[in-house]
Every structure is written in structure tokens, then in C-alpha cells.
Design a protein. Structure first.
Length: 403
């Protein structure tokens, strides 16, 4: 556009020089043509800008990771003159849809329309703006442009994928009552707190026969006052110093792993507490599979935008909770400060399991410090799972070593 403006200004001054030295009808005709042309160009561009029509549509707004969304766009020219240059830019250019949403430049013939269809593959969990960001109209001479920005935007919510685990090798105290007899308190048999699957060693007096018949498996009643151990799932919501897309990939994998573990625990009647820091300390309780949707919705919309370090969150939790229960820590940030806090948690009686989401798939080399920490953790009794961006979560969790 700058080049076209320079050329026009050059022609304008040359026409003035032509008039000054030669005069006559032809020089003046050329001068008036040069003056009138940009005016007409501006008028036609203003008409096009005010009269064009467009329609954009999404076939789905809420999808699960891996699904495909169809986005369609149609731009119509209702006038009898050509729209010489139109450029359409999209919101998805700087997100996970960058390779699927490319700007479009075209001309539009009179009384015609042009349509585009995009098949958007939703690879990662998140909330994304898609659709038209701006429509730029350039005049016939290419010396100025008008930009139209839609008042509303289209959005896609990509929910995390639910992976059903067949097994989960973690250190947990939530077995049967025979494993915790030393910690058992007085039980009020008139007040049932919840139910769980029968485990070897449970008393037959505590079997819930009606529920067992309904679900076709033995279920045991837990009474108020019964000693029980929850499984605490602790999330690290601190973002990494990678690119936007790379952070999205790491966060997606972390949430996918967390959802799989939550679903496994609740399906097996293992109550959980979801602990994280977002606008303050949060401790969300879920007792059985009926509470899964609540946790799933929360994990679907949670943001990785916190400044607090995981070591501080772990320190606060261990300091304020006297019950020594099972910890499953999900993080993509590991250093020696976190190692020290995990060591302290183990020393005071917590069973700690670590799920580490690493970025080796898009970095040249793995950090030696992280590798050293991951190799040292099993030596202090911490079960560790190292999950790369492209790893299958179900396969990783099904291995006994986790690595």
C-alpha cells in the first residue's frame, strides 16, 4: 500500500509539472483524471464496506478433545461492481488452530458470493475464540483500506478427554478395614457416611445388601466415625515459560491425566480431595462417581495462571492437615525445592505419588536436574510417573514403575 501511495503522489506532482510547462486540454484532462480516480475509488470502497454481507457458523460449540468442528464462512457481494481486494483474518491464527486458519485474500465479482469451509481438529483442552477477526477492504488503487471488525465472536470449548484406566499402581492406604484396625474409632452404626466396594477383610455385617443387589457387586457401608483415608489430588497451576501453544499442550496432558485418575478413584469408591490454588486455597471433596461431573466441569475450565509455587502449596497443606493421607501430585515444574517438600511430606507420614508432565517432545534435550530428581524420588519411596506430551496416559499408569 505504501508503494501505491508513492506512485500516486508521483503521478500527481508530474501532472502538475506537465500543466505548468505545457498547459492545454490534454495535461488538464490527465490532471483531473488523477484527482477524480481516488475519489471514485474511495466512494466505491465505502459502498462495498457498508453493503457487503457475511455469514459464519459453527456446527458445534462444545466438544471433547479429538473431535472435529466445521466452520463455514460466506461473503456476499450484492452490488453490480467488483470488490477488488478483500482480506479476511481469523482469531485462530495465534492459537492451536494456527495451521488450520490461514488468512484469505480474494476479489469478489458482482452479485456473487464466496464460501470457505474449515474442518477444525480440536487437539487440546481449552476455551478458544474462532471465526472472523477482521475483514479488510482495499480500494481500486490500493492507496487506502477500511477494516470491519465483527461485534460478536464465535467460541469453542474443548473438554478434556476421559480415559478409563483398567488399573492404577499407586501407593494408597484406602484398602479394607482390616488394614486400618489400629486407627479405627468408635462407629455410629445408625449413621452411614458413604459406601464403597467390598475388599478382603471387611466384616459381612457391614455389607449393604440392597445396594449390592442393585449394582450386582458387594458394597460395604462406612459409618460416621469410621477411620478412612481420602486420596488427595494436588494440581500445580503454574504456567511454564514456553510458547502459548506449547503451554496448552502441557496443560492439556496434565488435566487429561488428572481426569483419568479422578475417574478411576471415584469409580472404585475411593473418595478424593482436589487441592489447588486459584484465587486462594481450594479443597474440593468428591466421595463417589456421582460427584465426578462436578470435578470434571471444574477441571475442564480451570486456568493455569497462578504465581504460587507447588512447593508452597504442598507445605501449606501438610502444615494444616494432621491426617497423614495419600498425595497424588500433578505438575510440569520440578526442582530441588519441590523435592525437599516431598521429602518432608514423606518424613511426616504421607504416601506421595508424583505425576510429572515433561516437555521433551518439543525441546532438544531433557534437563539433567529434572532427570536426577526423578531418579532419586523412588529411593525415598515416591512412586513417579513421567508422561511426555505424546505418551498414552493409560499405558503409563498401567505400568508398575510409572516410568
Amino acid at each position: 500500500m505504501a508503494k501505491n501511495r508513492f506512485l500516486y503522489c508521483s503521478l500527481f506532482f508530474l501532472s502538475l509539472i506537465f500543466i505548468y510547462f505545457y498547459g492545454g486540454k490534454i495535461p488538464y484532462m490527465l490532471f483531473y483524471i488523477i484527482v477524480v480516480l481516488p475519489i471514485l475509488s474511495i466512494v466505491f470502497t465505502l459502498i462495498a464496506y457498508s453493503r457487503f454481507r457475511f455469514v459464519e457458523a459453527l456446527d458445534k460449540r462444545i466438544v471433547v478433545k479429538g473431535d472435529t468442528v466445521n466452520f463455514t464462512l460466506s461473503i456476499h457481494n450484492p452490488d453490480i461492481f467488483l470488490y477488488p481486494f478483500i482480506k479476511v483474518t481469523f482469531y485462530g491464527e495465534d492459537t492451536i488452530f494456527s495451521r488450520q486458519f490461514q488468512p484469505k485474500s480474494f476479489s469478489l465479482l458482482p452479485l456473487r458470493k464466496k464460501s470457505f469451509t474449515y474442518n477444525l481438529i480440536c487437539k487440546y483442552r481449552g476455551y478458544y475464540m474462532v471465526g472472523i477477526k477482521a475483514i479488510v477492504f482495499e480500494d481500486y488503487l490500493g492507496i487506502f483500506s477500511l477494516t470491519y471488525s465483527p461485534n460478536t465472536t464465535k467460541t469453542i470449548t474443548v473438554l478434556p478427554r476421559l480415559i478409563e484406566l483398567d488399573s492404577l499402581y499407586i501407593k494408597t492406604n484406602y484398602l479394607s478395614e482390616s488394614h486400618s484396625l489400629l486407627n479405627t474409632r468408635y462407629e455410629d452404626i445408625t449413621a452411614i457416611s458413604d459406601t464403597r466396594k467390598y475388599a478382603y477383610g471387611d466384616s459381612l455385617k457391614k455389607i449393604h445388601w440392597k445396594l449390592s443387589a442393585k449394582v450386582n457387586q458387594l458394597m460395604v457401608k462406612n459409618y460416621e466415625g469410621t477411620s478412612k483415608t481420602n486420596c488427595v489430588i494436588m494440581l500445580d497451576l503454574k504456567s511454564n515459560n514456553y510458547s502459548f501453544v506449547q503451554n496448552i499442550m502441557i496443560e492439556d496432558k496434565l488435566i487429561e491425566a488428572a481426569v483419568a485418575v479422578v475417574n478411576y478413584c471415584l469409580c472404585n469408591w475411593i473418595p478424593i480431595n482436589l487441592v489447588y490454588h486459584s484465587k486462594g486455597f481450594n479443597n474440593i471433596e468428591a466421595k463417589n462417581i456421582m460427584d465426578f461431573d462436578k470435578i470434571y466441569d471444574l477441571l475442564s475450565n480451570i486456568s493455569f495462571d497462578q504465581d504460587i509455587e507447588l512447593k508452597d502449596l504442598l507445605n501449606i497443606y501438610c502444615r494444616d492437615n494432621a491426617n497423614k493421607i495419600d498425595l497424588l501430585i500433578f505438575t510440569s515444574n520440578i526442582d530441588f525445592n519441590l523435592y525437599d517438600e516431598i521429602y518432608n511430606a514423606k518424613a511426616i507420614g504421607y504416601d506421595v505419588n508424583l505425576v510429572y508432565i515433561c516437555a521433551e517432545d518439543f525441546t532438544e534435550n531433557s534437563e539433567s536436574i529434572v532427570s536426577d530428581i526423578l531418579s532419586d524420588l523412588p529411593e525415598i519411596g515416591v512412586t513417579t510417573y513421567k508422561i511426555n506430551i505424546n505418551d498414552d496416559v493409560k499405558t503409563i499408569f498401567s505400568t508398575t514403575s510409572g516410568q
